[in-house]
Design a protein around this ligand. Sequence first.
Ligand SMILES: Cc1cc2nc3c(=O)[nH]c(=O)nc-3n(C[C@H](O)[C@H](O)[C@H](O)COP(=O)(O)O)c2cc1C
Length: 223
Amino acid sequence: MKRTIFNSLLTVLIVLASTPAYAGGEPGGGNAPAIPPSSTNAPASSSATVSADEAVNILIVYFSMTGNTEKMATGVQEGVERVAGATVTLKKVDEVTNDDLAAADGIVLGSPTYWGTIATPMKNFLDITGFWGGKVGGAFSTGALETGGKESVVVSLLLALMMKGVIVVGPVYDFGNFQAGSLGASAMTGPPDEGVSDSELEEARKLGERVATITQQLKRGSP
Ligand SMILES: Cc1cc2nc3c(=O)[nH]c(=O)nc-3n(C[C@H](O)[C@H](O)[C@H](O)COP(=O)(O)O)c2cc1C
């Protein structure tokens, strides 16, 4: 009996070790399986005058059924575009390719809150992709309710990013007389505060800006 269990465990370990998704990976993150190879990857901004180590590509991956999380994703995009030399690729979760992942220096993930946690398409994306070590990451979410789990989703996304070897950052707020950091960006989208407000969008922009800035600093090797 014990021997049968031992043999089964051994088989599982051998299968895991030979599956690319679990085999670790290089900083380029090229070991992501099961998603289609290359398609369009058009950067939204670029600058010919920046040095090579300023040129970073930030990939924003989001799932959105009714447009709220998509709006936050465009806020993150605008924030990345504030940073000279940073280019941005915005992709729905089912459109991301292995080439997108390999080309990204930073990855920002966004998901609506579904029953207090990450929506299944985003969770599935996390489960089928591999190690992203060396990249910088951040997270954002939306949820209808004031205390419906938006921040839990951000934390869950950050945990997954950390498990994939990503260095995670959140936005930083400067109130003049004091500064504060935050976990990520989120928006309450149900009544009485429907949709994504300007201040919530600005939070998303700050997230994109910080991810791009820290990614550049890491690439440069100095602040
Ligand atoms: C299946 C399902 C479960 C949901 N669960 C929650 C929840 O637990 N907490 C919450 O605040 N909102 C919840 N919502 C509302 C969505 O999170 C909210 O409408 C979100 O902004 C939708 O994002 P989207 O417009 O990008 O699709 C749920 C919506 C659906 C469809």
